[in-house]
Design a protein around this ligand. Structure first.
Ligand code: AG3
Length: 274
């Protein structure tokens, strides 16, 4: 018998992957968490039946959400990740000479499942520079300040994540950042979430001096073309030239990708233009 997992990417579009084995499923206080082994995509984690990551393509998302803001800043020392309980973003940040990484994840069960089933993502949790806080990111940024970079590695804008895409939240993120601080949020697919991207872009622009959308290709996410939106207090990400070559291996990120990821296809550019 064939076993398949399907995500409804919209009411009438499904993404399906053939399952080898169901490794874990748990109803946490916040969501329904599953881990599968698949035939072609490696191991996959889903939350409320939405694909969060596969071990085959997670490197694209985690490299791009981390290295683009960190190399734009150039000397980040204190970095905050909101969400991202799988640890993939923390793993990438720790490749930089940062002093401190804080991760605030509302659902402790995501961290536990990642430690158990995704050792290649969760290795950074045991690094002495990492501190983990299991609480609501929205409250956390109101109380904790002094970050150089804040990365919002959230789920889709549904359920517990809705507040992570509001103008009030971006304002709190602004105040939690140092004067040359930079934030990045994952902002979904322009094919399925065009209206949403437009709204978020306008909210982030109302708070930050520089707001820029960049893209990456993530095959297992809806539309494959994925967006990230960066807000920067004083550094213009477009004028940062002579990008440093990473002193570590990357599989998607490179200085050329960095420069070019801000170049948007006209249909995406149009979505965010007033
Ligand atoms: N967070 C963003 C996942 C969004 C995927 N959306 C979807 N499949 N509809 C990823 C968390 C990885 N650290």
């Amino acid at each position: 018998m064939e076993l398949w997992f399907s995500e409804y990417q919209s009411k009438n579009v499904r993404f399906s992957v053939r399952i080898k084995d169901m490794l874990y499923s748990k109803k946490t206080p916040y969501q329904f968490l599953c881990v599968f082994d698949t035939e072609d995509m490696g191991r996959i984690m889903t939350l409320d039946d939405v694909v969060q990551l596969t071990t085959k393509d997670e490197f694209v998302y985690h490299e791009m959400i981390s290295h683009v803001p960190l190399f734009t800043h150039r000397s980040p020392e204190r970095v905050l990740v909101i969400g991202g309980g799988d640890g993939g973003t923390v793993r990438e940040i720790l490749k930089h000479p940062v002093k401190e990484v804080h991760l605030v994840e509302i659902d402790e069960q995501v961290i536990e499942a990642s430690k158990k089933f995704f050792p290649s993502l969760s290795s950074g949790f045991s690094d002495p520079r990492t501190s983990v806080f299991c609480e609501d990111g929205i409250e956390f940024v109101k109380k904790n300040k002094g970050y150089d970079v804040i990365i919002i590695d959230s789920t889709d804008p549904l359920g517990p994540a809705v507040g992570l895409f509001s103008r009030e939240f971006y304002r709190d993120v602004f105040y939690a950042l140092n004067d040359d601080g930079i934030m990045v949020a994952q902002t979904e697919s322009p094919f399925f979430y065009g209206e949403f991207l437009k709204r978020v872009y306008s909210d982030i622009s109302s708070v930050f001096k520089f707001t820029n959308v960049y893209t990456a290709v993530i095959p297992t996410y809806p539309g494959a073309l994925w967006t990230f939106t960066m807000g920067s207090k004083s550094i213009d990400p477009i004028s940062v030239n002579s990008m440093k070559l990473p002193e570590f291996d990357t599989k998607y990120y490179s200085p050329d990708i960095h420069k070019n990821c801000f170049v948007l296809p006209p249909f995406v550019q149009k979505m965010i233009s007033k």
